[in-house]
Design a protein. Structure first.
Length: 424
């Protein structure tokens, strides 16, 4: 009761419009596809009109390309606007920010794991309405945002401020893989309703629980992985440890919540708040909430796949479905003679999973031209031949892969990366 009170008071102070918009989103939850897309189109046109009127960057850009927001007839008209990326947001930050007297703005920052951090201001409606979409996803699992949670993210354990914030938000944090810390963390999970955090960290903790054969009576309603790809090979360990699979939440600080996985296992796109396009396999997002810092046709840097428009989820929700986040648009693997997208490794290991029922977790590191160290978590003694056959299919003899098995895969800066290059 105390934390419910703290949450509601805090929401009233910081996110005054959250409650009303959450109610609206619960009302749109089972709208028809046509009704959802009609609403999205209307909101998109209104958002672009606002950006044109109040953002110096967009006012100049729309004049330059001859784009007139009120004349927008369909969502495909968005394609007339040039694609942007994080470097655009950083370079033109002052001009992109709108000159509008918002009652409240909140400073937000991206993590910078892509190599480029970004600071910008979110107006209250943007912040509140994005949270409302997140809480709608919680509701699909009967989770209340004030309920006790287990939080899987790194931080300085000596930080008094972080400890205070965790107490206020009713969450128990773990930041270590040491056996004694995991045991202590698990002992306090009896009253926890859900777990959330880096998917690789949840997976690593699950492995420790299973190795130590720790058995507890959990009352978990939801396990949510964020910020990283959830590999199929994670799920057996997590189910064994916690009794349920991990679900996915997909989004970014600047792009907002893009999709949330329903109990049927499909990621529904939050079309009330975002427009998603896919070009050359890459996701492009327009954030319809971002009035204080308009973000249109933003190349997020991920390869994704969408379900066919005719696909219908068994949950009854008609929102378009994001089938899979395939991976980051990464740097190049440099061979002796040619270069290759690091994303090629996704296909190597996906083929092994599909055709050989072989699930391997990997981490690739390149420090020299033509040579890649391929660290595999599992033993590959009996399957190295199959792995090398797949590698040759895509790389031939142009890349020499040094395969190391039974490896502990190491996150960098808190987040797991499946490919790291030290080449310029």
């Amino acid at each position: 009761m105390m934390h419910e009170f703290i949450y509601k008071v805090g929401a009233k102070i910081r996110n005054n419009s959250l409650g009303d918009y959450y109610s609206f989103l619960k009302g749109t939850e089972y709208w028809s596809r046509d009704k959802l897309l009609t609403y999205q189109m209307q909101k998109c046109r209104s958002f672009l009109e606002f950006a044109n009127e109040h953002s110096p960057y967009y006012n100049a850009k729309f004049k330059e390309i001859g784009f007139v927001p009120p004349k927008m007839q369909c969502i495909d008209d968005l394609k007339k606007i040039p694609v942007i990326d994080k470097s655009t947001l950083r370079e033109h930050s002052d001009l992109i920010h709108t000159h509008y007297p918002f009652k409240k703005k909140i400073l937000a920052k991206t993590s910078g794991t892509s190599g480029q951090s970004l600071a910008f201001y979110r107006d209250e409606e943007w912040d509140s309405h994005n949270r409302a979409a997140l809480h709608r996803g919680f509701s699909w699992y009967n989770v209340k945002p004030w309920e006790r949670s287990g939080y899987f993210r790194g931080y300085n354990p000596d930080s008094i401020f972080t400890s205070f914030v965790d107490w206020m938000q009713n969450r128990k944090r773990i930041f270590s893989y040491k056996d004694k810390d995991v045991i202590k963390f698990i002992e306090g999970l009896g009253q926890v309703s859900y777990l959330e955090g880096y998917s690789s960290m949840i997976y690593e903790i699950a492995k420790v629980i299973n190795r130590l054969d720790i058995r507890c009576e959990f009352k978990l309603k939801m396990i949510k992985g964020t910020s990283e790809k959830i590999y199929d090979s994670y799920q057996p360990e997590i189910i064994q440890a916690f009794g349920r699979k991990m679900i996915s939440e997909y989004g970014a600080a600047e792009a907002g919540l893009i999709a949330y996985e329903c109990p049927e296992g499909n990621m529904h796109i939050n079309v009330e708040n975002v427009v998603v396009e896919v070009e050359d396999g890459q996701i492009i997002v327009t954030n319809l909430l971002s009035k204080s810092f308009p973000i249109t046709r933003y190349k997020l840097g991920d390869f994704v796949s969408l379900a066919e428009p005719s696909f219908e989820c068994a949950c009854g929700r008609k929102h378009p479905v994001l089938l899979e986040v395939l991976g980051r648009v990464g740097k190049k693997i440099v061979g002796f003679n040619n270069s290759y997208s690091s994303f090629t490794l996704y296909y190597v290991f996906k083929n092994l999973a599909i055709h050989r029922n072989l699930f391997l977790n990997y981490q690739a590191v390149q420090k020299e031209k033509g040579i890649v160290i391929l660290r595999i978590e599992q033993s590959v003694v009996d399957v190295e031949g199959a792995l090398r056959k797949e590698l040759v299919k895509y790389f031939g003899t142009d890349v020499n892969f040094i395969i190391q098995s039974n490896q502990s895969l190491i996150p960098e800066n808190g987040k797991f990366k499946d490919f790291t290059t030290y080449l310029n």
